[in-house]
Design a protein around this ligand. Structure first.
Ligand code: GDP
Length: 153
């Protein structure tokens, strides 16, 4: 490694996707070591699916999250969220990552890994499956995103 750096880096990263796919949990899971059955986010603003362009402005990374146990959350990414992204995302160089969350519920899975990979290719995204609950791949998700952002010219 390069040893300790004497500076901090800060990135603007957005998490988008349907309500209850685990966006808040992924963040909490990333910054803490334990996620113990988080209460679902009661976020009034989520009733208004469309976000304003100011939310997207200056974003360097965008994480598109779906729940591997709920097909609607997967199809909505291409039908709704990706379209909104095209409308509002002003930064074309923004790094995108498609994330299939809740892989700890393998027995309830309805969206296959192959489908996820195919959508990621279609949308020009990196791809990972993870679990905010077990923390599987959670650090990898944000680290890979940060690395790709730093690689940008
Ligand atoms: P958000 O609305 O997208 O921010 O979703 P939340 O983070 O509020 O999560 C919604 C619900 O899903 C909560 O009850 C979480 O505990 C649960 N949840 C989130 N991530 C996972 C996961 O990886 N596995 C399981 N089994 N449950 C999860």
């Amino acid at each position: 490694g390069q040893g300790q750096s004497n500076y901090d880096l800060s990135f603007k990263i957005l998490l988008i996707g349907d309500s209850a796919v685990g966006k808040s949990s992924l963040l909490v899971s990333f910054i803490s070591n334990v996620v113990d059955d988080l209460a679902p986010t009661i976020a009034g603003q989520e009733r208004f699916r469309t976000l304003t362009s100011s939310y997207y402005r200056g974003a360097q990374g965008i994480v598109l999250v779906y729940d591997v146990t709920k097909r609607d959350t997967f199809t909505n990414l291409s039908d709704v969220w990706a379209k909104e992204l095209e409308l509002y995302s002003t930064n074309q160089d923004c790094i995108r990552m498609l994330v299939g969350n809740k892989v700890d519920r393998e027995s309830e899975r309805v969206v296959s890994r192959e489908e996820g990979m195919a959508l990621a290719e279609e949308l020009g995204c990196l791809f990972l499956e993870c679990s905010a609950k077990t923390r599987e791949n959670v650090e990898q998700c944000f680290e890979e995103l940060a690395l790709k952002i730093m690689e940008m010219p």
